[in-house]
Design a protein around this ligand. Sequence first.
Ligand code: ADE
Length: 250
Amino acid sequence: MQFHIMTLFPDMVKTGLCTSIIGRAQRDGILQVDTWNIRDYTLEKHGHVDDYPYGGGAGMLMQADPILRCYRAISDRCSQAPRVIYTTPQGMLFTQSAAKALAKEDVLVILCGHYEGVDERALSLLNAECYSIGDYVLTGGELPAMVMADAISRMVPGVLKNRESGEEESFEGDLLEYPQYTRPDCYEGLLVPPVLLSGDHGKVDVWRREQSLRRTLLRRPDLLRTAELSKQDLEFLSRLGYSPETAEDG
Ligand code: ADE
């Protein structure tokens, strides 16, 4: 899979995505992350890429033209016009299921916003899909672009090695993951739950499922509304005081 990231801070994005698993996947040829400096595509003689908003207001906006020129340089390298994601707090919430869906693309372009945003016409002309990584405002779209590229990449087949792939990880089936422990079995007086040392895989599975349910109820009850819950799950949750009819959001 190829990512083309349009940004005013290419070094930040490159550095953020060249280590660990995503770096390894690039070296293995499974992923390609290209960064594009929007400033290289301005025709303005001082290299400006921003201007004041029409109608007044605080801050500066990124202009449409350098963004469009940059995108055309990218699409000239692709067989089809690639899909564009724009990172903005006004976007749809980026979730694990969005990451999975986007991982099916061969090529994705991510446009990182900066200043007070970008001229709306750039977004219309690019047919950009707007995504937010959470309800808070960052100084720019580079961190969200890195977050999204990371989460999407780990869903691309071959990026995670067998032992790293998390069929039971958080958000699988819409539940949070159960707590985990490694050696030693007693640390500063805190014991590993005995069931995990019992060697009884059936009991371990039940304990883990119940811990996932308990943790999701405590920390993210909103997820239970869409989670796939069995009759046993619902019985366990009802013992904890949960009822689907009266459930409230987090
Ligand atoms: N740009 C600034 N804040 C953001 C957020 N929360 N998500 C996506 N892009 C952003």
